[in-house]
Design a protein around this ligand. Structure first.
Ligand SMILES: Nc1nc2c(c(=O)[nH]1)N[C@H]1C(S)=C(S)[C@@H](COP(=O)(O)O)O[C@H]1N2
Ligand SMILES: [Mo]
Length: 437
């Protein structure tokens, strides 16, 4: 049966059919547990993955409220086990994760400097030596047996360089609650779970072709070398999430450099996957092996997690999330105090997973009047544009600053985002509260 694997919904339906016939494999998680993962979706989740928030857990979120079971099973302290320092001017700590403070980007260029790039770790940053590192490519959809690549072999392949964002699927999640009054589980990110870097690496397609990709390949499953993830007593194994072979062959990079430096430990060094425009979980850090399968693969990260769950979704959730959405952020502290009658330059950034952002409008009066902001970067897909607008506040008191982006598909950020229980893909215009004094 010909199947257009670039069509995500078709792809997912085919996967589910194969799963039902027992043909899909569960990749390291007991099949009964995975069936529970499927059943879990709309409710809290029988394994409590959504509630415990393995993917987006935070000390302030449901993980803490999970009670004895959650606490007993927690393999690591809810504090970031990063290598780089996380000073409070640059980051807000959220459990094992560190959110970039947008205000700290104000004087930076188009790239997020490594010292302020957000970190999303399920456990802790492993320290790996590039010289011992190997990438093992294996699976039933290779024409031969497993193939290994050393770091030097990977670097000897033709290199590509691209400026791309990596953004967590839960970026902006806290606004479901603070702006829309809705309950969601997971890390309460504001807008700083995104960074843009210049990634240099080998094409995943080159690696797969060299390894001998068979015609029947369906899924490609990169897996991290960081610790296994244990939540509520269930060992989910190492972080891994399948990519359809169509995406794997299209534009995915095995990156060994970030902003011209060897990939730092916290961002997946020595080698990570970078999946342009897709949600952050796709971009597996510390990649150690890649399974190439002739059957659809399921892991917790494309079943109970990273789908939309809610009343408007099927019980097993939406199709697995892929492309990021549209957002804008001011380079200003939340709740900032600004002096009246003095002109200041409001600055910020906007980005979209679907296409280049080519228009940004800003309102300084809570959304009544809008003005076009000046763009400082050439719009390009997979990255962001910096923008600015001078503002001379007149009236004192609280007000809200709003920024609203439009991308070249014609999509504009909406006023609200439809609710989903795990708070993914927030794209509504954020009301950035400030006080004029
Ligand atoms: N091996 C591994 N890969 C991973 C993760 C992880 O915990 N382990 N976190 C994922 C998630 S949820 C996100 S949003 C991005 C974050 O990348 P960064 O920490 O470099 O910003 O990495 C992804 N890749
Ligand atoms: Mo993420």
């Amino acid at each position: 049966m010909p199947l257009d694997l670039s069509d995500e919904s078709q792809y997912d339906r085919a996967r589910l059919r194969q799963w039902a016939r027992g043909r899909a494999r569960s990749s390291g998680v007991d099949r009964r547990d995975l069936l529970k993962l499927f059943a879990a979706g709309a409710a809290a989740g029988s394994l409590g993955l959504g509630a415990a928030g393995t993917a987006e857990a935070s000390a302030t979120g449901a993980a803490e409220k999970g009670g004895a079971a959650g606490a007993a099973a927690a393999p690591t302290a809810a504090a970031p086990g990063t290598v780089k320092p996380l000073p409070p001017e640059l980051f807000t700590i959220r459990g094992t994760n560190a959110e970039t403070n947008f205000a700290a980007l104000r004087d930076t260029g188009p790239l997020t400097p490594i010292d302020r790039f957000f970190v999303r770790n399920h456990t802790v940053t492993p320290r790996l030596d590039a010289h011992d590192w190997r990438l093992k490519v294996w699976g039933d959809a290779l024409t031969g047996g497993p193939v290994e690549f050393s770091y030097d072999q990977l670097r000897a392949l033709p290199a590509v360089e691209r400026t791309l964002f990596i953004e967590c699927a839960g970026n902006g999640r806290s606004f479901y609650t603070t702006q829309q009054g809705q309950q969601v589980t997971g890390t309460a990110w504001t807008l700083g779970a995104i960074g843009v870097a210049r990634w240099r690496g080998a094409r995943l397609s080159d690696v797969l072709r060299r390894a001998g990709l068979a015609r029947g390949a369906v899924d490609v499953l990169p897996r991290g070398l960081d610790d296994e993830v244990v939540t509520n007593g269930v060992n989910l194994g190492r972080v891994r999430r399948p990519l359809p072979v169509s995406k794997a062959l299209d534009d995915v990079i095995l990156a060994y450099e970030m902003n011209g430096e060897p990939l730092p430990p916290d961002h997946g060094g020595p080698v990570r996957v970078v999946v342009p425009s897709w949600i952050g979980i796709s971009s597996i850090k510390w990649v150690g092996d890649i399974e190439v399968s002739g059957q659809p693969l399921y892991t917790p990260w494309n079943t109970d997690l990273y789908r939309l769950f809610g009343p408007d979704q099927p019980p097993q959730g939406s199709a697995p999330l892929t492309r990021q959405t549209l957002k804008s952020a001011f380079e200003l502290e939340h709740g900032a105090t600004v002096p009246a009658h003095r002109t200041r330059l409001l600055t910020g950034r906007s980005w979209s997973g679907a296409a280049a952002v080519h228009r940004v409008e800003v309102s300084t009066d809570g959304g009544v009047r809008w003005q076009r902001a000046r763009l400082h970067d050439a719009p390009h897909r997979g990255g962001w544009v910096r923008w600015s607008l001078p503002w001379t506040p007149r009236a004192t008191g609280p007000t809200a600053l709003l920024a609203r982006a439009t991308d070249t598909t014609g999509r504009t950020q909406p006023a609200t985002t439809p609710h989903n229980t795990q708070g993914y893909l927030f794209d509504a215009v954020v009301h950035h509260q400030v006080t004029v004094v």
